[in-house]
Design a protein around this ligand. Structure first.
Ligand code: 5GP
Ligand code: MN
Length: 338
């Protein structure tokens, strides 16, 4: 954040505000952690603040401190709408465009108040009074830590804030192994541990709380994996029928896509997951090295994200989506054989 933006934020927060903080639809650990961490911090500073999520988030995040205070716009609609109506400041966290907020988009587009964006995705849209965007950052949680530091508030980081920020940094960096993990990331995380984040417990809460049906579904996903050696690519499909047969719950497929990349030589991994209710195939893309899945998702599947992790969707059947995907891959043969 530049000096001018810091001054603007300080002046906004020098007055009592009614603040609403919003993560993207289908919020992940980074989205939930950054919103909760920022919310607690703003409340510590005497502000009125609430988190309104566009929809629900996975069970493996439902232990996070103060997560029960999050309003789900789908379920607690009138309460959420009332908060949005009276809001004087809206923070949007971990996304770059209002279209990422699902049903909230229409309300946010009409809303007249100060918006503050904190995000690390590429190509941020220009809707906020203050845009703190940095694509080199590991996570929005690391940016919220910086934001708190800019405001001179690091000593107000409580154990709950530390736990929430740690969780988001951990999940968005694949447990501190992705390219965006810097020495600064580790310094931030070390400070969060000093301020009370129980790193071992957090890891257990997120990764060691599987249900048997999730592991069975993982078995199906792995046996469905198709390897396209010619393109150094591996993809997985999961149909609605396969999800239903394994008692699918939100979040159960988290991380499946990464298994493709653990194969020697594979640099592009994809998972296609059917969602009959929404009438779409939700797609996750991951890569290793210079192949930009952000560009790939943006150009072909109405999506985006980061260079090595992105998402998108298809509105045709699974079969047609796979046919399309195979056709598109041909254009990328040289890029996929660096
Ligand atoms: P995931 O595959 O874990 O859902 O998402 C990977 C990354 O891509 C995340 O940073 C996420 O915010 C982004 N992403 C996922 N789906 C979409 C999408 O439909 N549109 C855009 N623009 N980004 C997405
Ligand atoms: Mn993130």
């Amino acid at each position: 954040m530049n000096l001018e933006d810091i001054t603007t934020v300080k002046s906004i927060l020098s007055q009592p505000q009614k603040i609403v903080i919003i993560p993207h639809k289908n919020p992940d650990g980074d989205a939930v952690g950054s919103c909760l961490g920022l919310c607690s911090f703003l409340k510590e500073k005497g502000q009125k603040a609430n988190v309104v999520a566009p929809n629900d988030y996975p069970k493996f995040l439902k232990w996070m401190p103060e997560n029960e205070s999050i309003l789900n716009f789908e379920k607690e609609n009138s309460q959420a709408k009332a908060l949005l109506e009276e809001a004087t400041v809206i923070f949007t966290l971990d996304f770059n465009d209002l279209s990422r907020t699902g049903q909230l988009e229409a309300i946010l587009k009409e809303k007249q108040c100060d918006f503050i964006m904190i995000d690390h995705h590429q190509k941020p849209s220009d809707y906020a009074r203050v845009t703190y965007s940095d694509v080199s950052m590991s996570s929005t949680c690391e940016m919220v830590y910086n934001f708190i530091e800019y405001l001179g508030g690091v000593d107000s980081i409580t154990q709950n804030i530390a736990t929430n920020l740690y969780t988001g940094i951990m999940t968005d960096t694949g447990s501190f192994k992705y390219r965006s993990t810097s020495s600064r990331t580790h310094r931030v995380v070390a400070d969060l541990i000093d301020r009370g984040a129980d790193n071992m417990k957090i890891h257990e809460n997120v990764f060691d709380t599987n249900s048997p049906s999730r592991l069975h579904l993982m078995g199906v996903a792995l046996s469905n994996m198709v390897i396209l050696e010619e393109y150094n690519t591996a993809y997985i499909t999961l149909t609605q029928e396969e999800l239903d047969a394994n008692d699918f719950k939100k979040g159960d497929t988290e991380g499946f896509v990464n298994y493709g990349l653990t194969l020697e030589g594979i640099i592009f991994a994809v998972i296609f997951i059917e969602n009959k209710e929404e009438g779409i195939i939700k797609i996750s893309f991951r890569s290793i090295g210079d192949f930009s899945v952000n560009e790939f998702a943006r150009n072909h599947f109405h999506g985006g994200g980061h260079d090595n992790a992105a998402g998108g969707r298809s509105e045709v059947s699974m079969e047609d989506t796979i046919t399309q995907f195979n056709t598109i891959l041909k254009e990328y043969k040289s890029q996929l054989n660096p």
